[in-house]
Design a protein around this ligand. Structure first.
Ligand SMILES: [Zn+2]
Length: 492
């Protein structure tokens, strides 16, 4: 069955919390996990703090690195980047289309547009009316999905080899000639409004996260919630939509990744035939804003009905291609991966101030955020949890990590790396991530060596740089008993 898990989008707040897994994992997992991984999904999620995986997987046996020799990459005259990785193990194909657009490219008035296009792309194009994409895919034994983040919007298709030309034609049709039908736009606006209500407004954690991130970033568009502010969702105009599509869904702003039972020659021929005629557009405007340094702690308090208090503590951290990216990722693994992680042992087992703790280390084009999400033990309160968390982060910055912790973190990362490359889906996701967010898919193949090079000192330096009082934003959600008077007030 073709089933599209609509990716919200939204922040990595949903990232590793097992309680939220069912809803919408794909994007969150992608955000929380290292760059190679979408289908590392299960790996990184099982290693998430709330689930049991305290023991790292056995160390991966040395394997020959896929040197990438049989991968081809070319850029069509219209700017579309096409990357092909033949893998003939099974007669299937994974095709990923990465558009370099997310809420980072939005501004006041059009927030949420990137995510809205994730919906629009299934509402019909010139030769495939609304719903036809899914129906055709399903009739051919395929499946598809899509998600939106702050930085990218990604469409993925999995199908039998026999459907390659059909899928190329359908994907090109919607990149070229999306339908803008005002009735459909109106009804989909309501769908997104309802999605926002469910996933943010009625979700304490997401609601708090939205407030925290709007505080962490005062200037940079990472402050924008990917699903959009409610008033903008209601007011986008048709001109906004058409302009946005023309600019950001142009072939020169996209990367097509095809992995599976194909040859580069056949993919190149299809790409030229179907995508080649789509005209290039002027390059999208660069995101110029650089977030100014934070000069002191910021605090956000949200009072609303909720079963338990929630705490979020967020810091500015580096971008996906920063020089400390691997050290930051290993630091994160040490702190929150599994029940034997630093923070789980300290806050859940030791101080008993938290029921659960997890994190999101954003990996985007620009310096992002590193946030910790704590479900507070109600009888201990948010202040005790905050004090325990801040103390443990300070301890890592002050004393560093042990060799055993670092070794274990590297083992977890490498196990996930190899696992992600076992499937055509994982390969397509990984290639697209590196090509898009790091600018070169080949960096995928040097990732193990980069992790191996990280030393205890590098991890400690990352912690020392990030976990400072002046770089910290603390958000607290305090449960409020909903009286009949306040509930009337809340629903005018
Ligand atoms: Zn959606």
């Amino acid at each position: 069955m073709t089933r599209r898990v609509d990716g919200p989008s939204h922040r990595g707040a949903l990232a590793s919390g097992a309680a939220y897994l069912a809803a919408s994992l794909l994007p969150a997992a992608l955000l929380a996990a290292p760059l190679w991984s979408a289908s590392l999904l299960s790996a990184s999620l099982l290693a998430a703090p709330t689930t049991a995986c305290a023991q790292p997987r056995p160390a991966p046996s040395p394997r020959k690195l896929p040197a990438g020799a049989d991968i081809t990459a070319r850029t069509l005259p219209n700017g579309l980047r096409v990357i092909v990785w033949p893998d003939h193990d099974i007669p299937n194909i994974a095709l990923y289309t990465w558009h370099k657009v997310g809420s980072r490219n939005e501004h006041n008035g059009i927030t949420g547009l990137s995510h809205f296009f994730e919906h629009m792309m299934f509402l019909g194009s010139k030769n495939y009316p609304s719903g036809e994409f899914d129906r055709t895919m399903e009739a051919n034994g395929g499946a598809n999905n899509a998600y939106t983040t702050q930085d990218v919007t990604v469409y993925s298709d999995w199908f039998a080899k026999s459907a390659l030309e059909l899928v190329a034609r359908m994907e090109a049709d919607r990149m070229c000639c999306l339908t803008f039908d005002s009735t459909k736009v109106r009804s989909e606006r309501e769908v997104v409004t309802s999605e926002r209500r469910t996933s943010v407004d009625n979700n304490g954690r997401e609601f708090l996260d939205e407030s925290v991130l709007a505080t962490v970033f005062e200037a940079h568009p990472y402050q924008i919630p990917t699903i959009g502010w409610p008033s903008d969702i209601e007011r986008w105009t048709m001109t906004d939509l058409k302009d946005y599509f023309r600019t950001y869904y142009a072939p020169n702003n996209a990367v097509l990744v095809v992995v599976g039972d194909v040859t580069p020659a056949e993919v190149d021929a299809l790409a030229e035939r179907y995508f080649g005629p789509i005209p290039a557009q002027p390059a999208p405007p660069a995101v110029r804003t650089i977030e100014p340094p934070q000069l002191g702690e910021r605090r956000v308090v949200v009072r609303r009905p909720a079963p338990v208090p929630l705490l979020e503590v967020a810091f500015h951290a580096g971008p996906a291609n920063g020089p400390d990216a691997e050290a930051e990722e290993l630091l994160d693994t040490i702190l929150t991966s599994g029940e034997s992680s630093r923070l789980y042992r300290r806050m859940v087992d030791g101080d008993r101030v938290a029921v659960d703790v997890d994190s999101w280390l954003q990996r985007g084009f620009d310096p992002g955020v590193y946030a910790f999400y704590v479900t507070v033990t109600p009888e201990r309160g948010a202040a005790a949890a905050e004090s325990s968390l801040v103390d443990e982060l300070g301890r890592v910055a002050r004393d560093g990590v042990t060799e055993a912790e670092l070794r274990k973190a590297k083992t977890i990362q490498l196990a996930g790396y190899w696992q992600s490359l076992e499937t055509i889906d994982g390969k397509a996701s990984a290639l697209g991530s590196y090509e898009t967010l790091r600018g070169d898919y080949r960096m995928l193949f040097s990732a193990p060596a980069r992790y191996e090079k990280v030393t205890r000192r590098m991890v400690q330096e990352a912690a020392r740089r990030i976990f400072t009082e002046r770089n910290r934003t603390v958000g607290v959600l305090l449960p409020e008993v909903q009286t009949s008077a306040s509930s009337k007030k809340a629903k005018p």
